[in-house]
Ligand binder design. Structure first.
Ligand SMILES: Nc1nc(=O)c2c([nH]1)NC[C@@H]1CN(c3ccc(C(=O)N[C@@H](CCC(=O)O)C(=O)O)cc3)C=[N+]21
Length: 427
């Protein structure tokens, strides 16, 4: 397959030489250039509009905005809630990541690496970490792990983090939370290298997520997972009323920030909110991340609301395999009667959160190796079609191009680059 592909690509390069316009390459340098020229426009195109939300100016509309479409109802007037399948969405995302990791391995003989620091023996933490490592294996990301005892000193954790920070084969460092009581979470999370903070918990990444016009290097995985689940389910966010239940640094807060970047109207419901049910009942979309099993009752929900349940509350029960089972924040059985769509627990936000961790790790490695992701120019796709050439990228018109930072790739030097071994395989 590889040999066939590389000979195809040689032919394609020849075809490229023969026809103009040749290659619509985007290099980091040309990207900046273009941005500069657009700076007097009210909106600015960012590479991450999809997950960070479109950068729109605040123009206040006069009252009378439309309400969301009514939910599906059966003949008898009962709601038929859609169960949002996080597991299959996660599989879809992982497939895309696996393809990119595969390309990376082929073109530069390197793979992304994720290091996990686990302190203590919590069974739920062990399960989550196991899931993360298994997911790494599935997509070809290398995983490393440091396991430390509950009683170890804070310095030992800091040493483990520092070792991974310095390891060039590691592109993501994650300290599994919660940490034991005697450790200072801020000190430890602040020690993770900004460039490897795939959890997005470093104060600088969080600050850049909060500030308009700025882009964090990483967005926290659970927040990203909520948005992915909604967008991939075809749910629009602009102008919607969203209630976020919980204001933790790891889920509630970043989810609130990300939703606002998607132009939703966000209400934050927390332990001191008066009449939390009344506030929540106003929402078109409810995202619960309180960590309290069955907190959100059916009566808290507006008819037709969309419910994203981030809660993963372990309930002790020796009859289950790991001695516990998981329960969400939402009383699922009650919510089914009123919601138009809902994520289950397990099988909802959890698996997509893990997929987002892989995605952040891949992005980090791409940044480290100076890899940009571009589309195969149309003429190459049509050339392949006209020649009836099946290729690995037929169904996915995106390919990886590896270019050292100093090389500015344009159609003038494309042929040289394509044949120059020193920059690796361009196609
Ligand atoms: N530094 C850090 N980063 C985290 O991202 C982080 C953390 N600490 N501490 C704990 C929470 C929780 N979390 C989950 C990840 C996967 C599932 C997951 O895969 N859940 C599966 C099932 C889990 C099972 O098999 O029991 C599901 O919902 O279907 C759940 C929860 C990440 N967290």
């Amino acid at each position: 397959m590889r040999a066939a592909l590389s000979s195809t690509l040689k032919k394609v390069s020849a075809a490229a030489a023969a026809s103009r316009p040749r290659v619509a390459f985007v290099s980091p340098a040309s990207h900046h250039h273009r941005r500069h020229h657009q700076s007097n426009k009210p909106t600015k195109k960012r590479k991450d509009d999809y997950i960070l939300g479109p950068d729109l100016p605040d123009i206040w509309a006069t009252p009378g905005s439309s309400s969301p479409p009514p939910p599906a109802e059966s003949e008898t007037g009962e709601l038929v809630p859609a169960i949002i399948d996080g597991k299959s969405i996660a599989e879809e995302i992982k497939l895309g990541i696996a393809k990119e990791v595969h390309w990376m391995k082929d073109t530069i003989k390197k793979v992304p690496g994720l290091a996990v620091v686990l302190v203590g023996q919590r069974r739920d933490s062990q399960t989550y970490v196991r899931n993360k490592i298994k997911a790494c294996e599935e997509v070809g990301i290398r995983s490393l792990m440091a396991e430390l005892s509950e009683e170890c000193a804070e310095d030992e954790v800091l040493n483990a983090v520092s070792k991974f920070n310095q390891d060039p084969s590691v592109h993501g460092v994650l300290v599994q939370l919660p940490l034991p009581q005697h450790m200072d979470e801020d000190t430890i999370l602040g020690a993770v290298s900004l460039q490897k903070d795939v959890d997005g918990f470093h104060p600088l990444n969080m600050g850049n997520l909060a500030l308009r016009g700025r882009e964090p290097l990483f967005i926290p995985c659970a927040a990203k997972a909520c948005i992915e689940l909604l967008l991939r389910s075809g749910i629009k966010l602009k102008g919607k009323n969203v209630a976020v239940i919980g204001r933790s640094n790891v889920v509630g807060l970043p989810t609130t920030l990300l939703l606002q970047r998607h132009h939703a109207t966000v209400s934050v419901v927390h332990a001191f909110t008066n009449n939390p049910a009344d506030v929540t009942r106003e929402a078109d979309i409810v995202i619960s991340a309180a960590g309290v099993p069955n907190l959100v009752r059916g009566s808290w929900l507006k008819r037709g609301a969309i419910v994203i349940d981030v809660g993963t509350n372990p309930i002790e029960d020796p009859s289950f395999e790991h001695g516990y089972y998981l329960r969400g924040d939402v009383c699922y059985e009650e919510a089914l009667q009123v919601a138009s769509a809902i994520t289950p627990v397990p099988g909802g936000v959890g698996p997509v959160t893990v997929a987002m961790l892989l995605s952040n790790t891949l992005d980090s490695a791409k940044r480290f190796f100076g890899i940009i992701h571009i589309s195969v120019p149309d003429f190459i796709c049509s050339y392949r079609k006209s020649q009836n050439i099946p290729t690995e990228t037929e169904d996915d018109p995106k390919i990886l191009v590896c270019l050292p930072e100093h090389i500015h790739c344009n159609d003038m030097n494309f042929n040289k680059l394509a044949s120059d071994k020193s920059i690796g395989q361009t196609f």
